[in-house]
Design a protein around this ligand. Structure first.
Ligand SMILES: Nc1nc2c(ncn2[C@@H]2O[C@H](COP(=O)(O)OP(=O)(O)OP(=O)(O)O)[C@@H](O)[C@H]2O)c(=O)[nH]1
Ligand SMILES: [Mg+2]
Length: 199
């Protein structure tokens, strides 16, 4: 399987973005194969009413996808959501192969900010972007309202319950498939070869 050999040589950097409390850190802790390196600290100011701790730097975890024929490792980097740490986004995002932009469907007040993030990440970096909708459950109308509000119409949108490993896995595989599609044609495996190998 020549194509699988080529893919196995790749590790990809996936950056998890989103507003304060979108679920970025929870997602990485839920899925990482290795102990997560984190920077969680007590939340200050008005946002302390939402949750008690917040990311003040970044998270780092790993996630391996595939089997013996097709092993790809994703390095997962979580961004800090509070506005005061926004200067870290370009630093942590440098060299990203793909973005997973999380949005909390239960907090509509964060949707406009998420739309601005989608424009910034999708346009500026020209890097594959997937929108992951957290806490949407099976509410199709709510899903559609979030999609409309975020407005990243060129990006795939997937439900992404950050406390459900299967849901997180599906979202990350969606990012990975976009990343693979952007590889040089000579390097990219045939989609018909690779998709069945992704468990
Ligand atoms: N779907 C789902 N999401 C949950 C549940 N419990 C917590 N969460 C999500 O996880 C969030 C927890 O916050 P974090 O994972 O720290 O969010 P974050 O995006 O890393 O936050 P910052 O780093 O402060 O920006 C909550 O706000 C929820 O959106 C749950 O039971 N179900
Ligand atoms: Mg966090």
């Amino acid at each position: 399987m020549a194509a699988a050999t080529i893919v196995a040589s790749h590790a990809f950097k996936v950056v998890v973005a989103g507003s304060f409390a979108a679920g970025k850190s929870t997602l990485i802790r839920e899925i990482s194969d290795t102990d997560v390196v984190g920077t969680e600290a007590p939340t200050s100011g008005a946002e302390a009413a939402v949750k008690g701790t917040t990311t003040v730097g970044m998270e780092y975890g790993t996630f391996a996808v595939g089997d013996g024929d097709l092993a790809v490792e994703l390095s997962l980097f979580g961004l800090p959501g509070q506005e005061r740490f926004r200067f870290l986004w370009d630093i942590v995002s440098a060299g990203a192969d793909g973005f997973l932009l999380l949005v909390d469907a239960s907090r509509p007040e964060t949707w406009p900010e998420t739309a601005a993030m989608a424009t910034r990440l999708g346009g500026h970096h020209a890097t594959p972007l997937v929108v992951g909708i957290n806490r949407v459950g099976t509410d199709v109308d709510l899903f559609d309202r979030v999609v409309e509000a975020v407005g990243a119409l060129d990006a795939p949108h997937v439900a992404c319950e950050v406390v459900d490993p299967a849901s997180v896995r599906e979202a990350l595989v969606t990012v990975l498939l976009l990343v693979l599609d952007r590889l040089d044609p000579g390097e990219a495996p045939d989609p018909d070869d690779r998709i069945p190998h992704l468990p």
